[in-house]
Design a protein around this ligand. Sequence first.
Ligand SMILES: Nc1nc2c(ncn2[C@@H]2O[C@H](COP(=O)(O)OP(=O)(O)OP(=O)(O)O)[C@@H](O)[C@H]2O)c(=O)[nH]1
Ligand SMILES: [Mg+2]
Length: 229
Amino acid sequence: MDSERIIRVERDILGKNNAIAADNRTLFAADELLVFNLMSSPGAGKTSLLVRAVSELKLSYPTGVIGGDQQTSNDAERIRAVGVPAIQVNTGKGCHLDAAMIGEAYRRLPRLTHGILFIENVGNLVCPAAFDLGEACKIVVLSMTEGEDKPLKYPDMFAASSLMVINKIDLASLLECDLDKTVGYARRANPKIEVVTVSARTGEGFGALYTWIDRQVAHQRRAVEGAGQ
Ligand SMILES: Nc1nc2c(ncn2[C@@H]2O[C@H](COP(=O)(O)OP(=O)(O)OP(=O)(O)O)[C@@H](O)[C@H]2O)c(=O)[nH]1
Ligand SMILES: [Mg+2]
């Protein structure tokens, strides 16, 4: 395939995805649902973080999860084990979730009116950044074990995200990962990216994460009220 045709095919795929993402956004707005799209490399701790977060957030908000992996339903089972509804999407050969998969999975979840839906994307620091799923915000999870240079190597992921969650802070003393450098590199890709540092294992830092989420909820509610006036 010549390069012009490859670019045209990519544009067609993204254009079609964006149209379905807009439909998802309409659906989510009708339910006054706040949707976060979590992305990271494999094993950064997305599911561990969600298991801890939804166990707490479900006390304040209707909460649900859609998880994407090439195979297995392990992650959805981990979420359901803490009493939160979860749908697993298996992407087969696919390396990211797309908007059509989310639209279909969302219809299989119980209604989450005025709640929060977390999407756990396929572990991959590249492709998920390009696909709008209809979410309010993208969140990138980066673990201490990956090295501080990842925002330099995969800048699109950090440019697309509103929040960077640095996970596995409990391992900090064992690693040579310079947190200030990590944040500086992420802000080269996205000067506005916000940062929280957590351990999904110990719960350290989750207060700041919940404060950030509550702020997003308040922001969305103000936007809904503003649109209604
Ligand atoms: N020490 C430590 N280990 C963690 C932390 N968070 C997750 N882990 C471990 O990291 C490994 C991967 O965690 P997962 O939550 O499955 O990671 P994930 O990003 O959901 O992985 P994929 O869905 O496969 O991409 C597991 O062995 C977790 O126990 C943390 O904060 N500290
Ligand atoms: Mg996972």
